[in-house]
Design a protein around this ligand. Structure first.
Ligand code: GDD
Ligand code: MG
Length: 357
């Protein structure tokens, strides 16, 4: 039996803005509130009653299949379509065309944390009779996104990807409903951007693209700052996810982690499996991956500490990404925007860094 709606999640990007964490894992597989980020999205799709899901993979494709297999653990029928050479967002959508059996296809960017009821987006699509429906949200600064003006009836009038001069604060939230036949029209066998090519070209042809606008929780997790905030919002229950059993309060400590009794964990901090937090350490909005260590008296704020990395005693780490296995010496200061490359060892000398090391 074919399912009436299928979902495609685009997960082929390289996650460059989250390097060096994305050197060892693709962005959607980075741990967030106890699960790979993608698990939160897949659980929302399942919650909406959609079970047939295709992952459009490219970068580190095998990591997804190794973790999710056929999707049965999540109650899904998961299949994979891999681009040997990345085909971009539009090319990635076109590339799964032969694997699609349903007439209605929900497409998701794989790095969005959202609270929108997916069924409502489908309803909007069905009611308007459009060929494509875009989920839109309003943001303070639209320049980093696809800016999408609409008319009084909710029809999309233009699609302006990452423009410096956005005419509206309504942006593309990265969830689309496509009538399957439209996917078949995307040029095959080459890289295509759905944002820069497919949507503008459909609009130029006068085709009906409709908007579903709402005010639900929404965040693109593509930068360290957003990743940290999204993770904290999941822990605190501000971002809803069926994969987080209940709001955890100010922190989430996963199995096998050891946290000193006088350590302070606030701001939606996550302490990964087997991680160690020393006496008097203070973690505020920290994302500590499995196996990492934060030694006595260290302060970690709004930062991501990679797998098995160690933060030395009395170090100060703020708005920083520390790569897997790196060692930050005692009393070092890592400040706004610093990124420590995997395996790097910074000596115990209290040096201050605010750039890549
Ligand atoms: N399969 C495949 N192949 N997937 C890809 C490829 C590719 O070549 N390139 C990117 N992706 C996936 C990424 O893994 C990600 O899940 C999604 O497509 C979007 O790519 P990003 O690199 O995260 O794009 P963005 O955040 O700069 O902008 C996009 O998302 C915004 C909302 O979050 C655009 O769609 C914007 O218009 C939108 O506002
Ligand atoms: Mg993104």
């Amino acid at each position: 039996m074919t399912s009436p709606v299928q979902a495609l999640v685009l997960v082929g990007g390289k996650g460059t803005r989250l390097r060096p964490l994305t050197l060892s894992a693709p962005k959607p597989m980075l741990p967030t509130a106890g699960a790979p980020f993608l698990t939160h999205l897949l659980s929302r799709i399942r919650e909406a009653g959609i079970t047939d899901v295709v992952l459009g993979t490219s970068y580190q494709a095998q990591v997804f299949a190794d973790h999710y297999g056929d999707g049965a653990d999540l109650g899904l029928n998961l299949t994979y379509v891999t681009e040997d050479v990345p085909l971009g967002t539009g090319g990635g959508i076109r590339n799964v065309y032969d694997a699609l059996t349903a007439d209605t296809v929900l497409v998701f960017n794989g790095d969005v944390l959202g609270g929108t009821d997916i069924r409502d987006v489908l309803d909007t699509h069905q009611k308007s009779g459009a060929e494509v429906t875009l989920h839109l949200v309003r943001v303070g600064d639209p320049r980093a996104f696809g800016c999408v003006p609409t008319d009084a009836d909710g029809r999309v009038t233009a699609f302006l990807e990452k423009t410096q001069d956005p005419p509206t604060n309504q942006i593309n939230a990265g969830t689309y409903v496509f009538n399957r036949s439209v996917i078949g029209e995307i040029p095959a066998g080459r890289a295509v951007s759905v944002e820069r090519e497919v949507f503008p070209s459909l609009l130029a042809q006068g085709r009906h693209i409709h908007a579903h606008v709402d005010d639900a929780y929404w965040r693109d997790m593509g930068t360290p700052e957003d990743f940290v905030r999204g993770s904290a919002d999941l822990v605190r229950g501000i971002a809803p996810s069926p994969a987080v059993a209940k709001p955890c309060g100010e922190s989430l400590v996963l199995e096998g982690a050891q946290v000193a009794a006088d350590a302070v964990l606030i701001g939606g901090t996550v302490v990964g499996r087997g991680a160690r937090i020393g006496s008097g350490a203070r973690l505020d909005g920290a994302v500590v991956f499995d196996g990492a260590g934060v030694e006595a008296g260290a302060v970690v704020e709004r930062s991501i500490i990679g797998f098995d990395a160690v933060i030395g005693s009395h170090a100060l780490v703020r708005d920083t990404v520390v790569g897997d296995g790196a060692k930050v010496g005692a009393r070092c200061e890592l400040l706004r925007g610093a990124r420590v490359w995997p395996g790097v060892e910074l000596p115990d000398n209290g040096i201050r860094f605010s750039t890549d090391v």
